[in-house]
Design a protein around this ligand. Structure first.
Ligand code: GRF
Length: 206
Protein backbone atom coordinates (compact mmCIF):
# COMPACT_ATOMS: atom_id res chain seq x y z
CA UNK A 1 0.00 0.00 0.00
CA UNK A 2 1.38 3.46 -0.84
CA UNK A 3 1.19 6.30 1.64
CA UNK A 4 -1.38 9.03 0.92
CA UNK A 5 0.07 11.86 -1.16
CA UNK A 6 1.16 14.80 0.94
CA UNK A 7 -0.21 18.27 0.27
CA UNK A 8 2.27 20.26 -1.82
CA UNK A 9 3.00 23.62 -0.21
CA UNK A 10 4.89 26.57 -1.68
CA UNK A 11 6.29 29.09 0.81
CA UNK A 12 6.94 32.76 0.01
CA UNK A 13 9.51 34.59 2.15
CA UNK A 14 11.35 37.90 2.36
CA UNK A 15 13.57 37.55 5.43
CA UNK A 16 14.83 35.39 8.25
CA UNK A 17 12.41 32.51 7.75
CA UNK A 18 11.89 31.23 11.28
CA UNK A 19 8.29 30.35 10.38
CA UNK A 20 9.55 28.61 7.24
CA UNK A 21 11.89 26.65 9.54
CA UNK A 22 8.95 25.59 11.71
CA UNK A 23 7.15 24.31 8.59
CA UNK A 24 10.27 22.54 7.31
CA UNK A 25 10.79 20.90 10.70
CA UNK A 26 7.17 19.72 10.85
CA UNK A 27 7.38 18.32 7.32
CA UNK A 28 10.37 16.17 8.28
CA UNK A 29 8.02 13.82 10.13
CA UNK A 30 6.86 11.03 7.87
CA UNK A 31 3.34 11.34 9.28
CA UNK A 32 3.02 15.08 8.57
CA UNK A 33 0.46 15.40 5.76
CA UNK A 34 2.18 18.27 3.88
CA UNK A 35 5.56 18.80 2.21
CA UNK A 36 7.35 22.04 1.43
CA UNK A 37 7.82 21.73 -2.33
CA UNK A 38 9.44 25.09 -3.11
CA UNK A 39 10.48 28.32 -1.38
CA UNK A 40 10.42 31.61 -3.28
CA UNK A 41 11.87 34.88 -1.98
CA UNK A 42 11.38 38.35 -3.40
CA UNK A 43 14.63 39.42 -1.70
CA UNK A 44 17.96 37.87 -2.79
CA UNK A 45 20.34 36.48 -0.19
CA UNK A 46 17.97 36.18 2.77
CA UNK A 47 18.45 33.58 5.52
CA UNK A 48 15.16 31.88 4.63
CA UNK A 49 16.74 30.73 1.35
CA UNK A 50 19.63 29.12 3.28
CA UNK A 51 17.12 27.33 5.50
CA UNK A 52 15.32 25.92 2.46
CA UNK A 53 18.55 24.78 0.81
CA UNK A 54 19.71 23.15 4.06
CA UNK A 55 16.47 21.17 4.06
CA UNK A 56 16.97 20.16 0.42
CA UNK A 57 14.00 22.21 -0.81
CA UNK A 58 14.22 23.94 -4.23
CA UNK A 59 14.40 27.74 -4.09
CA UNK A 60 13.87 30.66 -6.44
CA UNK A 61 14.30 34.42 -6.18
CA UNK A 62 11.84 36.73 -7.92
CA UNK A 63 13.02 40.24 -7.10
CA UNK A 64 10.02 42.58 -7.23
CA UNK A 65 12.33 45.50 -8.05
CA UNK A 66 12.96 43.99 -11.47
CA UNK A 67 9.31 44.37 -12.48
CA UNK A 68 7.60 47.60 -13.53
CA UNK A 69 4.16 46.54 -12.26
CA UNK A 70 2.73 44.14 -9.70
CA UNK A 71 1.01 42.04 -12.38
CA UNK A 72 4.34 41.24 -14.04
CA UNK A 73 5.93 40.40 -10.67
CA UNK A 74 3.06 38.08 -9.79
CA UNK A 75 3.17 36.39 -13.21
CA UNK A 76 6.83 35.61 -12.58
CA UNK A 77 6.08 34.36 -9.06
CA UNK A 78 3.48 32.01 -10.55
CA UNK A 79 6.02 30.80 -13.12
CA UNK A 80 8.52 30.07 -10.35
CA UNK A 81 5.94 28.09 -8.37
CA UNK A 82 4.22 26.29 -11.25
CA UNK A 83 6.79 23.48 -11.85
CA UNK A 84 6.23 22.34 -8.23
CA UNK A 85 2.42 22.45 -8.51
CA UNK A 86 1.72 23.78 -5.02
CA UNK A 87 -1.85 23.22 -3.82
CA UNK A 88 -1.42 25.70 -0.96
CA UNK A 89 0.84 28.74 -0.63
CA UNK A 90 2.03 29.96 2.77
CA UNK A 91 3.33 33.48 3.23
CA UNK A 92 6.00 33.40 5.93
CA UNK A 93 7.28 36.92 6.45
CA UNK A 94 6.57 37.77 2.79
CA UNK A 95 6.41 41.55 2.58
CA UNK A 96 4.39 42.19 -0.61
CA UNK A 97 0.65 42.48 -1.23
CA UNK A 98 -0.81 40.02 -3.74
CA UNK A 99 -3.63 40.46 -6.24
CA UNK A 100 -6.66 38.32 -7.06
CA UNK A 101 -5.03 36.62 -10.06
CA UNK A 102 -2.31 35.17 -7.84
CA UNK A 103 -4.55 34.42 -4.87
CA UNK A 104 -6.99 32.37 -6.96
CA UNK A 105 -4.31 30.17 -8.51
CA UNK A 106 -4.12 27.55 -5.75
CA UNK A 107 -6.67 24.87 -4.83
CA UNK A 108 -6.38 25.50 -1.10
CA UNK A 109 -5.67 29.22 -1.34
CA UNK A 110 -2.99 31.31 0.31
CA UNK A 111 -2.32 31.54 4.06
CA UNK A 112 -0.44 34.20 6.02
CA UNK A 113 0.78 34.45 9.59
CA UNK A 114 0.65 37.79 11.38
CA UNK A 115 2.09 38.65 14.82
CA UNK A 116 -1.10 40.13 16.32
CA UNK A 117 -4.62 39.10 17.20
CA UNK A 118 -6.32 40.41 14.06
CA UNK A 119 -8.25 42.54 13.35
CA UNK A 120 -6.16 44.46 15.91
CA UNK A 121 -2.81 45.79 14.72
CA UNK A 122 -2.58 44.86 11.02
CA UNK A 123 0.38 45.98 8.92
CA UNK A 124 3.95 46.63 9.95
CA UNK A 125 5.36 46.60 13.51
CA UNK A 126 2.33 44.79 14.92
CA UNK A 127 4.03 43.88 18.22
CA UNK A 128 5.12 47.47 18.76
CA UNK A 129 1.59 48.65 17.94
CA UNK A 130 0.19 46.26 20.57
CA UNK A 131 2.69 47.41 23.20
CA UNK A 132 2.06 51.08 22.43
CA UNK A 133 -1.68 50.55 22.70
CA UNK A 134 -1.22 48.94 26.10
CA UNK A 135 -3.05 45.65 25.53
CA UNK A 136 -2.68 42.92 28.16
CA UNK A 137 -2.99 40.01 25.73
CA UNK A 138 -1.12 39.76 22.43
CA UNK A 139 -0.70 36.89 20.00
CA UNK A 140 -0.68 35.74 16.42
CA UNK A 141 -3.14 34.90 13.66
CA UNK A 142 -3.14 32.55 10.70
CA UNK A 143 -5.56 33.75 8.04
CA UNK A 144 -6.41 33.25 4.40
CA UNK A 145 -5.01 36.05 2.30
CA UNK A 146 -7.22 38.45 0.39
CA UNK A 147 -6.21 41.60 -1.43
CA UNK A 148 -6.14 43.74 1.72
CA UNK A 149 -3.51 44.16 4.42
CA UNK A 150 -3.88 41.24 6.88
CA UNK A 151 -7.64 41.32 6.28
CA UNK A 152 -8.63 37.83 5.07
CA UNK A 153 -10.67 35.19 6.96
CA UNK A 154 -9.08 34.06 10.24
CA UNK A 155 -8.34 30.33 10.60
CA UNK A 156 -6.67 30.22 14.02
CA UNK A 157 -5.17 32.43 16.69
CA UNK A 158 -2.92 31.94 19.72
CA UNK A 159 -2.69 34.38 22.62
CA UNK A 160 0.17 35.27 24.95
CA UNK A 161 0.21 37.54 28.01
CA UNK A 162 1.83 40.97 27.83
CA UNK A 163 4.03 41.42 30.90
CA UNK A 164 4.72 44.81 32.46
CA UNK A 165 8.43 44.18 31.94
CA UNK A 166 8.02 43.53 28.18
CA UNK A 167 9.71 45.50 25.47
CA UNK A 168 9.28 44.88 21.76
CA UNK A 169 12.02 42.23 21.72
CA UNK A 170 10.73 40.13 24.61
CA UNK A 171 7.10 40.26 23.48
CA UNK A 172 8.12 39.47 19.88
CA UNK A 173 9.98 36.38 21.10
CA UNK A 174 6.93 35.17 23.05
CA UNK A 175 4.64 35.76 20.05
CA UNK A 176 7.11 34.14 17.63
CA UNK A 177 7.22 30.95 19.72
CA UNK A 178 3.44 30.67 19.34
CA UNK A 179 3.69 31.37 15.61
CA UNK A 180 6.04 28.42 15.22
CA UNK A 181 3.49 26.14 16.87
CA UNK A 182 0.42 27.56 15.16
CA UNK A 183 1.48 27.68 11.50
CA UNK A 184 2.42 23.98 11.15
CA UNK A 185 -0.79 23.05 12.97
CA UNK A 186 -2.97 25.04 10.55
CA UNK A 187 -1.16 23.65 7.50
CA UNK A 188 -1.84 20.18 8.90
CA UNK A 189 -5.55 21.00 9.21
CA UNK A 190 -5.68 22.24 5.62
CA UNK A 191 -3.84 19.13 4.39
CA UNK A 192 -6.29 16.93 6.27
CA UNK A 193 -9.21 18.72 4.60
CA UNK A 194 -10.52 19.98 7.92
CA UNK A 195 -10.67 23.70 7.14
CA UNK A 196 -13.88 24.92 5.57
CA UNK A 197 -14.38 28.44 4.31
CA UNK A 198 -17.79 30.01 4.50
CA UNK A 199 -17.38 33.55 3.24
CA UNK A 200 -15.62 35.55 5.95
CA UNK A 201 -15.78 32.71 8.43
CA UNK A 202 -13.82 29.50 8.55
CA UNK A 203 -14.54 26.34 10.43
CA UNK A 204 -12.07 23.68 11.54
CA UNK A 205 -13.63 20.22 11.78
CA UNK A 206 -12.62 18.11 14.77
C1 GRF B 1 6.52 36.88 11.56
O1 GRF B 1 6.37 37.60 12.75
C2 GRF B 1 5.23 36.81 10.83
O2 GRF B 1 4.13 36.83 11.67
C3 GRF B 1 5.24 38.08 10.00
O3 GRF B 1 6.57 38.24 9.62
C4 GRF B 1 7.43 37.61 10.57
C5 GRF B 1 8.29 36.67 9.79
O4 GRF B 1 9.32 36.16 10.56
N1 GRF B 1 4.32 37.97 8.89
P1 GRF B 1 10.18 34.93 10.01
O5 GRF B 1 10.80 35.39 8.68
O6 GRF B 1 9.27 33.77 9.82
O7 GRF B 1 11.22 34.72 11.04
Amino acid sequence: MTAAARLRVGVLVSGSGTNLQALLDAARSADYPAEISVVVSNVPGVKALDRARAAGVPTAVVDHRAFPAREAFEAELLSALRPYQPQLVCLAGFMRLLGAGFLQAFTHGVLNIHPALLPAFPGLHAVRQALDYGVKVAGCTVHFVDEGVDSGPVVAQAAVPVLSSDDEATLSTRVREEEHRLYPRVVRWVAEGRVQRMGRRTQVRE
